[in-house]
Ligand binder design. Structure first.
Ligand SMILES: NC(=O)c1ccc[n+]([C@@H]2O[C@H](COP(=O)([O-])OP(=O)(O)OC[C@H]3O[C@@H](n4cnc5c(N)ncnc54)[C@H](OP(=O)(O)O)[C@@H]3O)[C@@H](O)[C@H]2O)c1
Length: 327
């Protein structure tokens, strides 16, 4: 079978051995895989001396074979993969042993992937293959950041910089579904218009003066994953006593924080990452109840994965990027 791998510093399609299901495991024959920014970071993290690793955290497909003891799914079932490994129940932080599929384990940019049977859920019936393949990682991260950690309620206002990001598009859809007010920023006019169509109430240029434009707004919650480029400015628009959830740092990890302004403002700064299987199930129920569809910006073939990486790296996306896989 074929897989898109990172091997000795190179990203390439390669013939690899088919996986075999061990006890409690399943083989998923993939129809679609989804790209995440994490996939772009992995080559740097691994360096130029590591052997082949199949990239990819998100995917949807059909159960191809099952190992001994598997009871929750059978051959032929349509499933999505939960990339949040070994985190079953909601908890304040991931348990020991938690990892994300696609490093160190081989991921979804391949004809087939082997995962524990506990890492698959039935494909939502209202979603296409493309929508299902780009769902889990970003929607789960957004769901935990917005509801478990951010505690967003109907009638509150949420501020989201970087409207074009994969996770941000889910945040807009989730906030809209519960009747919250949504303010987003983007550096791209077209993305701002797309965000408005999706449900954003106020759209702002990322480079503009947010404080003066939002002087009549009360921001209850900020969800910022852009990092150093926006962190301090996001904090400036948050109401005193408000909540700020951070789950990513696309631009830079390190920020300067004025502690005096922080404690006078009595802000709550909350870290979040991925989510548990329990939260994934709650998210799936939520998107079913509210008929939420992921925003699929562009679909590439697995053989075009290098182009898809470039498209994401250059921030052209509004929403998610899918890779279709022929089996
Ligand atoms: N901890 C976790 O579990 C977890 C899970 C998922 C993602 N993440 C992290 O969260 C971040 C977002 O993920 P994603 O997949 O949604 O990202 P993404 O689709 O790659 O989008 C990143 C967005 O950041 C904005 N951006 C990039 N450079 C910028 C700059 N210089 N100034 C202002 N804005 C800039 C862009 O928004 P505009 O183009 O609209 O301006 C872009 O759309 C990433 O860092 C990712 O690694 C973490």
């Amino acid at each position: 079978m074929q897989a898109f791998v990172h091997e000795y510093g190179e990203l390439k399609l390669k013939d690899v051995k088919e996986p075999v299901a061990g006890e409690g495991e399943v083989i998923v024959s993939l129809r679609v895989a989804g790209l995440n920014r994490r996939d772009l970071y992995i080559p740097n993290r691994r360096g130029d001396h590591a052997g082949a690793l199949t990239l990819g955290s998100d995917g949807a497909g059909i159960i191809d074979s099952v190992g001994k003891g598997v009871k929750n799914v059978k051959i032929g079932d349509k499933v999505i993969i939960n990339p949040s490994l070994r985190w079953k129940l909601e908890s304040a932080a991931p348990p020991n042993g938690f990892d994300i599929l696609g490093m160190p384990d081989n991921g979804t940019f391949a004809n087939k992937v082997v995962v524990s049977a506990e890492q698959v859920e039935f494909k939502p019936e209202h979603l296409s293959w493309e929508e299902s393949g780009v769902l889990a990682l970003s929607a789960l991260t957004g769901y935990r950041a917005m509801f478990t950690k951010g505690q967003l309620k109907a009638g509150e206002t949420v501020f989201i910089p970087g409207a074009g990001s994969g996770v941000a598009t889910y945040l807009i859809l989730f906030a809209k579904s519960i009747g919250a007010r949504i303010i987003v920023t983007s550096r791209d006019k077209k993305k701002l218009e797309q965000a408005k169509k999706l449900g954003a109430d106020i759209i702002l240029d990322t480079e503009s003066d947010w404080v003066s434009q939002l002087e009549n707004e009360t921001v209850d919650l900020v969800i910022d994953s852009v990092g150093a480029a926006t962190f301090n400015r996001s904090l400036e628009v948050l109401k005193h006593g408000g909540r700020m959830v951070v789950f990513g740092a696309t631009t830079d990890d390190t920020v300067n924080l004025n502690l005096r302004e922080f404690f006078y403002g009595q802000y709550h700064l909350i870290g979040s990452t991925m989510g548990s299987r329990q939260e994934l199930k709650a998210m799936l129920e939520h998107i079913k109840n509210y008929s939420i569809h992921p925003v699929v910006d562009k679909v590439f073939k697995l053989s075009e994965a290098n182009e898809a990486f470039k498209y994401l790296e250059e921030n052209h996306q509004f929403g998610k990027i899918a890779l279709t896989i022929e089996n």
